[in-house]
Design a protein around this ligand. Structure first.
Ligand SMILES: [Zn+2]
Length: 166
């Protein structure tokens, strides 16, 4: 009976849970305090001049501290994107949905964010977008102040202008 193929164990479920406390450090703390006031502050490298958002306190290319703070816009360009169509227990969003790599105006490094208020078939590299903030009453020291990015009525940015920032 033990050899009966239909009784073979093929998978087991082992639920796990991890809780941890994250200490953001000086650069991220300043960034998050500014986010609370709807200001997106990047940090500029004194060596290569690149602006990092969110800042990490040092330039990974030059190894120099990024001490100069510069405000960047809440508008930007989609430099790449992914459309998610496969359901998963960990996904709470209605499918399909899209995540984009957004290069904010004034920043040199893109970051990932949701793209909404747009048909996923219409999303393209170079598309201009703007942050959708939470209500002012809900602002806190968190990146979640930006709920998603939505398209704005501006011409697409040519690939040549953002190819260095993919
Ligand atoms: Zn640098």
């Amino acid at each position: 009976m033990a050899d009966e193929p239909s009784k073979t164990v093929k998978a087991i479920e082992t639920p796990t849970r991890l809780e941890y406390t994250y200490s953001p450090g000086r650069a991220s703390t300043r960034f998050l305090r500014n986010m609370e006031r709807k200001k997106i502050m990047g940090q500029k490298c004194t060596g290569c001049g690149k602006v990092y958002v969110p800042p990490r306190g040092a330039c990974p290319r030059c190894g120099l501290p990024t001490e100069e703070e510069v405000q960047v816009a809440d508008t930007g360009t989609v430099v790449s994107f992914t459309v998610v169509r496969v359901p998963s227990d960990s996904i709470q969003l209605e499918l399909p949905y899209a995540a984009g790599s957004i290069l904010l105006d004034g920043a040199d490094i893109p970051f990932q964010a949701l793209l909404r208020d747009v048909d996923v078939a219409d999303i393209r590299m170079g598309m201009r977008v703007q942050a959708q903030w939470v209500d002012d009453s809900e602002l806190g020291p968190t990146f979640q102040n930006i709920q998603w990015f939505h398209p704005i009525d501006e011409p697409d940015v040519p690939f040549e202008q953002f190819q260095e920032h993919l």
